[in-house]
Design a protein around this ligand. Structure first.
Ligand SMILES: Cc1cc2nc3c(=O)[nH]c(=O)nc-3n(C[C@H](O)[C@H](O)[C@H](O)COP(=O)(O)OP(=O)(O)OC[C@H]3O[C@@H](n4cnc5c(N)ncnc54)[C@H](O)[C@@H]3O)c2cc1C
Length: 385
């Protein structure tokens, strides 16, 4: 007979690692199953760092969740003794009155989030190192910064294991089904029964949950690290994270200061990328080679806005966005199968900052079928087929 667990979590990446921790902290028996190792560069969490910010332009309804996320990041830092969140502030800039900047301002106003700077004559804080066109405005959100992804995921998994959770790596879930006694999970190595199932499979969610390509689109994104002539000018003590709109393109360019934590995965240098869905791809067959068209526009952006950050290319990496139909997350219960399955997908290139709170929400849903955290706007029923 297969071993029976209270909860099985498919995918121990960003959201799944946190779910394993929050469930095990409450004394539940947990099995997490991960097809690769703990922290890898094949899915959505590769590439060292992720921005965390609160004046949310995507939608103000995320802000109560972000407030909880900030608290929960502090908790896992205390539990693990690791520094995961680096508060550098974030600089936003774009053409005066641009919709994205207006949405940031509105969110900040609604939730009293401090923002400094404006186009009304304030001098530009980073003027020596950022070239903004004359009609651009800027704002700085101080209580923002970046998260170290490897430390976050490894800390959650280590803490979950300490609480008694079982985590299997290099084991791929092939399929699952609900039966009378629970959810049966079949992998390439074994089979297991869970009283409850959580599917947090990131870019692979479509296959495991039978989601249409219309509702979930996986895209290939490229990250670039360069070596500035004077890296000290852009160190995390002197330079913030940033998001700058280029008036000719949708989305925005963003990046990170040179951070001072040497990890085996660290490339060093100045990291930048473009936040906009890239080329559609299949997570099983991603073209990981880097073409000139992947990096040319990033270097062109650097030349125009951040010329002092240009230099030798230290690294490039591909990573996957899981874009839902409306680019908002889906966190929900599957209604029609005996109330045993919780799902989290479609994090659309902006989910990592929420990992600490999504794990708590998934634990609530899997244990009690509901949560007190305000996730009504993230239900799957809003999507059209
Ligand atoms: C380039 C890039 C930049 C980003 N920047 C930011 C940012 O600055 N700020 C921010 O908040 N967010 C950012 N994001 C988004 C954020 O990283 C993702 O939203 C988040 O990592 C999604 O987490 P996930 O758990 O859904 O996916 P993942 O972290 O990929 O986890 C899913 C896991 O499930 C496993 N899995 C899948 N199928 C199976 C199976 N059949 N059997 C076993 N295991 C399986 C996978 O191997 C994987 O480990 C960025 C994403 C990318 C790609």
């Amino acid at each position: 007979m297969p071993v029976v667990y209270d909860h099985i979590v498919i995918g121990v990446g960003s959201m799944g690692s946190s779910a394993c921790y929050h469930l095990s902290k409450r004394g539940a028996s947990v099995l997490g199953i991960e097809q690769f190792g703990i922290f890898h560069d094949q899915g959505a969490h590769g590439g060292e760092t992720r921005i965390i910010r609160k004046a949310y332009f995507e939608h103000p309804d995320y802000i109560p969740l972000l407030e909880r996320a900030y608290e929960n990041w502090r908790e896992i830092e205390l539990v693990s003794g690791e520094k995961i969140y680096h508060e550098t502030g974030i600089l936003y800039a774009g053409p005066r009155g641009h919709a994205l900047l207006e949405q940031i301002r509105q969110s900040a106003h609604l939730y009293s989030i401090p923002l400094h700077g404006s186009f009304k004559g304030d001098s530009f804080a980073y003027a020596e190192n950022v070239d903004l066109p004359r009609d651009y405005e800027w704002m700085l959100e101080p209580a923002a910064g970046f998260l170290l992804t490897a430390k976050a995921i490894r800390s959650y998994v280590a803490a979950a294991q300490k609480n008694g959770a079982t985590v299997h790596t290099h084991e791929k879930v092939l399929r699952w089904e609900t039966l009378k006694d629970g959810v049966h999970v079949y992998t390439d190595k074994d089979e297991y029964i869970g009283k409850q199932l959580i599917v947090s499979a990131g870019p692979w969610s479509g296959k495991l949950l039978n989601i249409s390509a219309h509702q979930l689109k996986i895209t290939r994104q490229v990250l670039l690290w360069t070596q500035p002539a004077d890296p000290n000018l852009f160190s995390e003590k002197r330079f913030p994270c940033w998001l700058i709109v280029d008036r000719n393109k949708p989305g925005g360019y963003y990046g990170f200061p040179v951070h001072d934590q040497a990890l085996p995965e660290t490339h060093g240098g100045f990291k930048l990328a473009y936040h906009y869905p890239g080329e559609p791809t299949d997570p099983e067959h991603v073209d990981r080679s880097i073409r000139p068209s992947d990096t040319d526009h990033l270097i062109d952006f650097q030349t125009r806005f951040l010329p002092k950050t240009k230099g030798q290319i230290l690294a490039t990496k591909t990573c996957l966005y899981s874009n839902s139909q409306d680019e908002h997350f889906v966190i929900d219960r599957l209604k029609d199968i005996q109330d045993r399955v919780t799902v989290a997908w479609g994090f659309s290139g902006h989910g990592f900052k929420f990992v600490s709170v999504v794990g708590e929400i998934l634990a609530d849903l899997s244990m009690f079928g509901k949560t007190n955290l305000p996730i009504g706007f993230l239900s799957a029923s809003r999507l059209t087929s």
